[in-house]
Design a protein around this ligand. Structure first.
Ligand code: E4P
Length: 217
């Protein structure tokens, strides 16, 4: 399973990359705005900076919502680096844009997926990734893991190569459950990844080993 970090913060991206297990980065307009990135030049530079840190797929989201504007924006984003994945919202014009980029061999990530039908449409349009949002479904008392399972079944039934990128991942159990179901990628802030490290028996066991190692010196 691939691990992507879901942030536009360069320090957090570096920290995750230094762990040596990072496969890519996802961003969205909210995460970019949080870092104070504004204006065309600053946006393109920021994505270039991320590409310079991480050698993996970097999702850069279009800001527009019409077909013509999305393909114009996406074409510019795709020129930044060969690792750029153009992130497109799940709307009617978005499906057309996914088809356009797929025809040009440009990677895409269809975002804001909340149903299996949306994922199926994006896969048919040739999306490289679909991003079902787990945390936001949980927030409205809907079983987000059931959605991941449904999409897995549908993609496997028809051999779609579109990868399931589980997004809006909030905690380590989301990661474990996605791995059990067979999501291809999870994207989340660094904390849920670091939480995977934790076990009290590891801490107490290491404490004892460190103590005993002193008897050996
Ligand atoms: C990733 O592609 C999404 O933009 C992101 O995971 C959304 O996460 P949130 O629901 O925590 O904002």
């Amino acid at each position: 399973m691939k691990f992507f970090i879901d942030t536009a913060n360069l320090e957090q991206i570096k920290e995750a990359n230094d762990l040596g297990i990072l496969d890519g980065v996802t961003t969205n307009p909210s995460l970019m705005a949080k870092e104070g990135i504004s204006g065309k030049e600053a946006i393109l530079k920021h994505y270039k900076d991320i590409c310079d840190i991480v050698d993996g797929d970097i999702s850069a989201e279009v800001l527009s919502t019409t077909y013509e504007e999305m393909i114009a924006e996406g074409d510019i984003l795709a020129q930044i680096h060969s690792n750029i994945v153009v992130k497109i919202p799940m709307i009617k014009d978005g499906i057309k844009a996914l088809k356009y980029f797929s025809g040009k061999g440009i990677k895409t990530n269809c975002t804001l997926i909340f149903s299996a039908g949306q994922a199926l449409l994006a896969a048919k349009a040739g999306a490289t990734y679909v991003s079902p949002f787990l945390g936001r479904l949980d927030d409205i008392s809907t079983d987000s893991l059931n959605l991941i399972q449904e999409i897995r079944t549908i993609f496997d039934n028809y051999g779609y190569e579109t990868e399931i990128l589980a997004a809006s991942v909030r905690h380590s159990m989301h990661i474990i459950n996605c791995a059990k179901i067979g999501a291809d990628v999870v994207t989340c802030p660094i904390q849920p990844i670091l939480s995977l490290l934790k076990h009290p028996l590891t801490d107490s066991g290491l404490e004892q080993f460190v103590k005993d190692s002193q008897k050996m010196q």
